[in-house]
Design a protein around this ligand. Structure first.
Ligand code: ADP
Ligand code: MG
Length: 355
């Protein structure tokens, strides 16, 4: 069965990216991964962590799981201790300290490291607590005399917790000598403002990787191998999914688990299962006038300048396209040629409005 979830053996290629990022992480270079949702940022981070496990322990924090500054700090502390096999450190420390210490002895962790976490938990002020938590991977790595890989997933979400959090992160981690970082984010504009713009607080801190769809050649081999599909079917799957990792995996999964389903039937099921998600994307687009209209036109590969001639001015279309690109809804493939970043949304809209 094909797994739709964190990849292990089912990971498709990304070899070039993996090798480049891996060797530079080992050399101490931090990275930022930027791509729309479901392009495989998290999968790539987890794959890197797996492939680097003999070189450096890794700590993974998903900012999406944090609802406030304190919970972000707690996630970081838990992630540091789970690296040593001690899970749910914060909750266990809050509940029963003595049991925690017993399990720590079993794990043969030095008392020092535990003290660091417990000390941090005593901090009442949330901002200072987070400051201590951000320092914890570095302090622990120093005590272990190892380099740690620290991964912050969906980092653009931190500004929702507090606008100054990026600044706090940068002011602390710029002095970290034992940690190397990967930040990932789906909010392309926000990530660029933080990491790429010369005014961004992380300017020049990390090298950037913009993830695109998977390589067509690798996808075709994968489809052939998994599905025992003929050439025509392989081409059709590539045409539908554009080698978008999530949709490719999901379509194959549907096809494999429903043996009798034709490819078109599997596509219908995929569209049905994703309908709610796709409608939600469209719902956000409808907040501003003509935006949804431009997206619908692009989804069928048509030209908005031609179809909206006489309806709105060229400058307005330019602005809408710039906004959509800024928000990560469309990508410019060539001069004046835009395409939706979500290929299933394109297919869904095109079928809905041009049946
Ligand atoms: N390189 C890959 N090989 C195979 N499947 C992948 C790959 N990258 C992503 N996927 C699939 O796509 C899904 C979405 O990827 P994910 O890493 O969660 O994207 P993101 O973090 O960018 O939102 C994963 O659950 C996995 O099934
Ligand atoms: Mg992710």
């Amino acid at each position: 069965m094909i797994r739709v979830g964190p990849p292990g053996e089912e990971f498709i290629n990304r070899r070039k990216e993996l090798e480049e990022v891996k060797s530079s992480l080992i050399a101490g270079q931090s990275w930022v991964f930027i791509a729309p949702r479901r392009y495989g940022k998290t999968s790539l981070m987890l794959k890197l962590s797996e492939e680097l496990k003999d070189y450096m322990p890794s700590i993974y924090i998903d900012i999406n799981l944090c609802t406030n500054l304190r919970s972000l700090g707690e996630e970081i502390i838990n992630a540091v201790y789970s690296q040593a096999g001690l899970y749910g450190f914060v909750q266990r420390a809050k509940e029963r300290l003595s049991e925690l210490l017993k399990s720590v002895r079993r794990l043969k962790l030095g008392d020092f490291e535990v003290e660091l976490g417990l000390e941090a938990l005593e901090e009442k002020d949330d901002y200072n607590f987070l400051r201590r938590a951000i320092e914890l991977p570095e302090k622990t790595a120093e005590r272990w005399n190892k380099r740690f890989l620290v991964m912050y997933d969906e980092f653009s979400e931190v500004v929702k917790l507090h606008k100054d959090v990026p600044k706090l992160f940068r002011s602390l981690i710029q002095f970290h000598k034992h940690c190397v970082y990967i930040f990932a984010g789906s909010q392309e504009s926000m990530m660029k403002n933080l990491f790429v713009s010369s005014k961004g607080v992380f300017f020049k801190f990390a090298r950037s990787l913009y993830l695109d769809f998977l390589e067509e050649k690798d996808c075709k081999n994968y489809i052939k191998e998994r599905l025992k599909a003929n050439q025509k079917e392989v081409e059709r799957i590539v045409e539908i999914t554009k080698c978008h990792p999530y949709y490719l995996k999901k379509l194959l999964h549907i096809k494999l688990t429903r043996e009798k389903a034709s490819l078109e039937e599997a596509l219908r099921i995929l569209l049905e299962e994703e309908r709610h998600y796709l409608e939600l994307l469209m719902w956000h687009l409808k907040e501003k006038k003509y935006r949804a209209e431009v997206v619908r036109i692009l989804s069928c590969g048509e030209n908005p300048y031609e179809l909206l001639k006489g309806v709105i001015r060229t400058q307005q279309i330019n602005q809408i396209l710039r906004d959509l690109e800024f928000e990560g809804v469309v990508r410019r493939r060539a001069r004046g040629k835009y395409e939706l970043t979500d290929p299933l949304l394109a297919l869904y809209l095109c079928r809905k409005y041009q049946p």
